[in-house]
Design a binder for this molecule. Sequence first.
Ligand code: GDP
Ligand code: ZN
Length: 448
Amino acid sequence: MTEHTIDTIAAIASAPGAAGVGVVRVSGPAVPGIAQAMLGRVPQPRHAHFAAFRDADGELIDRGLLLHFPAPASYTGEQVLELQGHGSAVLLDLLLRRVCELGARLARPGEFTERAFLNGKLDLAQAEAVADLIAARSQAGARAALQSMEGVFSRKVEALLQSLIALRVHIEAAIDFPEEEIDFLADPAIGQQLQAARDELAELLREAQRGLRLNDGLRVAIIGRPNAGKSSLLNALAGSDRAIVNAAAGTTRDVLREALSLDGVALELADTAGLRETDDEVEREGVRRAHGELQRADVALLVTDSEHAQADLALFEHLPKQAERLLLINKIDLDGMAPHSERRSDCRWLWASAKTGIGLDALRHELKQLAGAGSGEGAFSARRRHVLALQQVTAHLDQAGHVLAGSRAGELAAEELRQAQHALGEITGSYSSDDLLGAIFGSFCIGK
Ligand code: GDP
Ligand code: ZN
């Protein structure tokens, strides 16, 4: 991490546009001086002062509240000043300009939260949760982000980290006494400890994957042969005519996306072009994108009808392993079948009609469940990079188990554990590069 030069930053912290109240936030060592200049005297800590905010010529900009949070009991851990005025973009700009004249500079996106992280107020996963909370698109997502901001996810990561450290210490003790190494490593306690860590990790990975869905929304790729009713289904679920429905095969030539919220749970639906061999250039591009869409999907929803269901199952072959599979037998209004739903091997079958809407409630219910609805009190949000890190940890622990079981090479197992620890530490930021921090905080909005 580079040396952090501490200057004083300022930004409008409230959303742009007219509002009842607007907030200018300032953080850094110049705050006491700025606060005194704005109030005309030294403010009381954490006390709301009614103040007349004036420009350099003493002309009134606005009247509002001034709050000083002395370090370290503040959001950033530094001296923090909040000026609450009327929510006018013009007035807030004047206020911000005045604060900069008094010794602050404009903050970069996420810089307040970055300072909170650098001062140990939040770890990295908590800081990311601040951004996710602000950007949440569903109630379930917001609730989960709040849990992560409160440290629910971080504490589980920390607990697992402690287990890994204990295990590594145990193994390294064995390495330090080479004449006893074989016996030490044969100690069933090591195997049990490793297994316990793997179980803990598997549970955490499941929770993080659910947290990712709550955060990003469940990604559903709608696949199926041309004319199966994919566009009609997307329209029915989204309640609009966004995708083009056409009776001629091969009309949907691109991937159409629709974000929607089903009872407070976020979904991202993608209608892919029909998967089939084709000579048409444009359509071939659509098919290529459909395959790309499948690689990133949480759920593959295959739309077919009673006649083609068996044959179309082959389309699931393009799927990445972890994607959930749903099979929709569409157009049951044509053959008079009743809407129902049943589990068959690793796939749920649903009978419905995109045109009349019958059977679609069962599909909505299924999608909500997969998106993590009703996942309960402790559910926390996670990001893709967290899930990837946990998958890396899994690979290292698997390898450690392999090495211990086979050659009982303590050095190699300890090295795997060290790498597992490193990957885990990237989640909370105990190990993090400037690039990672730049990418994370750069995506925040200004003023956060
Ligand atoms: P896509 O190519 O898979 O996107 O299929 P479309 O959604 O464009 O639909 C193809 C044709 O099937 C259109 O004429 C739709 O009106 C029709 N269709 C779609 N779903 C149903 C359904 O549930 N029942 C009936 N009767 N027709 C449907
Ligand atoms: Zn279509």
